[in-house]
Structure formats: C-alpha cells, structure tokens
Ligand binder design. Structure first.
Ligand SMILES: NC(=O)C1=CN([C@@H]2O[C@H](COP(=O)(O)OP(=O)(O)OC[C@H]3O[C@@H](n4cnc5c(N)ncnc54)[C@H](OP(=O)(O)O)[C@@H]3O)[C@@H](O)[C@H]2O)C=CC1
Ligand SMILES: Nc1nc(=O)c2c([nH]1)NC[C@@H]1CN(c3ccc(C(=O)N[C@@H](CCC(=O)O)C(=O)O)cc3)C=[N+]21
Length: 299
C-alpha cells in the first residue's frame, strides 16, 4: 500500500514543538518570539498565505506583526521598513512575501534583511551556510526544510545510496532542496526547463521532488516503481464542476495515476504547503533563541 504523506499532521507536530519552545523561552525570562510579515499589494493568493502565517504565529504564542503596504509602494519605502524591522529589538524574524509587484526589485530587499532575522533563508549568508554544509548557525529556507522532514519520515536521516531528482532550480526551493538532500548523502540531480529527458532522469530517482509550477506534469510512467514522491507545486486551476468561477489546487504531480506506482507520495493540498508555514514558525523560534543567547531547538 502506498503511503500518502500527511503534511498536516507533520506540520501540527512541528507547531506543537515550536509552541512549547516559545513558552520555555518566555518562562526563562525572555521576550516572546516576534515575527514580522511584510506584504506589498493586494494579490488575493498572497494575502491568503500571509493571513495563514500570521494566524499560526499567534497560535504559537509569538508576537506577530503584519505590515500591509499599498501596491504603489516605492523601493525606498520598502527598504526603509525592512531597516526599521532590522533595528527593532522585539522582532526576531522578517519575511517579505514574494512575488513583489513588478516595479519592485526583490533581491536588494531580501539582501537587506539581517541574516539572523532572515527566517525565509534567502539571504546570501544563509544560502552560503547551507551550501557549505553549516546547518547549525544559519537559517534554512522553509519549504525545503519542511519537504526534508517529510522525506525523513519515509527514509530516515541518512539517504546513502539513494538517487534523488529535484525538478526546479529556484533559489527559493530547488537549489536549497538539492543541498539538503546532498547533505543527507543522497546522490542528487537537478532538472529544469533545459534538461534533455526529464522522464528518463525521473525513472532513476528513488526520491523525486517536483517544484516546477506546471499542473500534473509528472506522470505515472516517469516514476521508478516504489519511489518517494514529494510534490511542491501549488497550481490553481479552474474547476467549473465546483461551480462558476471556482478553482482547485493541484500539484506538479498527476497524483491519482502516480499513487499506485509510488511507495510514498505527498498530496496537494495537505502535503508540503502546511510544512512551509510550520517551518517558518520553527525558524522564528530558532532565531529568537539565538538572539537570546540560548541553545536553539532542532526540528
Ligand atoms: N508548497 C509550498 O509551500 C511552496 C510551493 N511552491 C510552488 O512550487 C512551484 C515552484 O516554485 P518556485 O521554485 O518558486 O518556481 P520558479 O518559477 O522560480 O521555478 C520553477 C522551476 O521549474 C523549472 N521549469 C519550468 N518549466 C519546466 C518544464 N517544463 N520542465 C522542467 N522544468 C521546468 C524552471 O526551470 P528554469 O530555471 O530553466 O526556468 C525553474 O527552475 C510553484 O508551483 C510554487 O507555487 C513554491 C514555494 C513554496
Ligand atoms: N517570502 C516568501 N516565502 C515563502 O515561503 C513563500 C512566498 N514568499 N510566496 C509564495 C510561496 C508559496 N508558499 C506557500 C505557503 C503555504 C502553502 C499552503 O499552506 N498550502 C496549503 C493549501 C492552502 C490553500 O488551500 O490555499 C496546502 O498545500 O495544503 C502553500 C504555499 C509560500 N511561499
């Protein structure tokens, strides 16, 4: 029987551990962890994610602050807000929701966040620590960190001898995911839009991670029988059968046909998505412990 990986349950146990670590910090006489989420513009999907993040932060007992800036915000105003959050002693974590409106450049904004407050793990210092195998002092990008916990549920900590394929090479997901798998001793391949034969690469993979943004691209005949499949894609597609103007979420993997071939598979929704939010909470409590000079919990 194929295991359908329960990302909601895994996320709930991370959140429980985060809440108790946050309570412990307060009991030791420190401030509550503080998370600031910045969103620019009024994209409804982004607002839905940010709302979920703010709610979860409150549930963890954090001091949760949301800054909603208008669509026309200038680069200077956004940078000034980040600078003030960097200087704010009550804030341990800063997340700037991506993508930003077209007229804004995300890279200078991300690089202006203090690395120790960069709970998205996107600052070059954090990306560099991951790349050099330092998982102790940096912060790891939330979605790959969460996906890795799901992989560990199936394979344990040591992936020696296993082939992994990550499809997608973004800084937000594909590259850090590949590095985490490599750190865990997997033999890692990264596929992307210029790869010659993705289905053939996929058929070698004991662990297949798809983060492309193409609805149901990975088909059953791409899979090595018994593979573990982690679906990171979040695609909104029209679902007229649910009523006019309705949509549904699907991943980058054709779930129904792949499920019988796989050993384990993560669904969308209910797989990696909830883990992303849980790991944002985990990174925030880690950042708060470090800033308080305490040994940070591990997740
Ligand atoms: N569950 C979660 O919490 C999260 C989900 N996501 C989802 O994951 C997906 C990927 O996100 P992200 O990495 O930010 O996206 P990007 O658009 O930054 O990257 C997509 C990657 O997929 C590759 N790609 C595009 N088309 C193809 C194709 N036909 N064949 C092979 N490779 C292709 C691109 O290749 P190239 O580099 O050559 O252009 C690129 O490397 C999205 O659906 C996003 O919504 C993202 C973050 C969090
Ligand atoms: N700076 C930044 N950091 C991010 O981590 C970041 C970002 N920007 N921009 C957008 C992407 C996307 N992302 C998701 C978070 C949660 C779910 C999630 O909870 N998904 C639920 C479903 C939610 C629903 O029903 O809409 C699930 O898969 O079960 C999905 C996607 C974080 N991202």
């Amino acid at each position: 029987m194929t295991t359908v990986i329960d990302g909601k349950a895994a996320a709930a146990s991370v959140v429980e551990a985060v809440s108790s670590a946050a309570g412990q910090l307060e009991a030791n006489g420190h401030r509550r962890p503080g998370l600031a989420v910045v969103i620019v513009g009024d994209d409804p999907a982004s607002h839905a994610y940010v709302g979920a993040k703010s709610r979860m932060a409150k549930q963890c007992g954090f001091n949760s602050i949301q800054h909603t800036l208008p669509e026309q915000t200038s680069q200077d105003d956004l940078m000034a807000l980040v600078a003030s959050l960097n200087a704010d002693p009550d804030i341990d974590g800063i997340l700037v929701q991506l993508p930003l409106p077209k007229h804004l450049h995300s890279e200078p904004v991300i690089q202006s966040i203090l690395p120790e407050k960069d709970v998205d793990g996107l600052h070059v210092v954090n990306a560099g620590k991951l790349a050099t195998g330092d998982l102790e002092t940096g912060l790891v990008s939330c979605t790959p960190a969460g996906a890795m916990i799901l992989v560990r549920q199936i394979h344990g900590k040591d992936l020696s001898g296993l082939n992994a394929l990550v499809i997608g090479r973004s800084n937000l997901f594909g590259k850090p995911m590949a590095q985490l798998l490599l750190n865990a001793n997997a033999t890692v391949t990264i596929g992307h839009s210029r790869s010659r034969d993705l289905p053939e690469l996929a058929r070698q993979a004991d662990i297949l991670v798809a983060a492309v943004g193409r609805p149901e691209m990975v088909k059953a005949d791409w899979l090595k029988p018994g593979a573990t499949v982690i679906d990171v894609g979040i695609n909104r597609i029209d679902a007229p059968e649910r009523g006019e103007g309705k949509f549904k979420l699907v991943g980058d993997v054709a779930f129904d046909e792949c499920k019988p071939v796989a050993k384990a598979i993560s669904p969308v929704p209910g797989g990696v998505g909830p883990m992303t939010i849980a790991m944002l909470m985990a990174n925030t409590v880690i950042a708060a412990y470090r800033r308080a000079g305490q040994a940070a919990p591990r997740f």
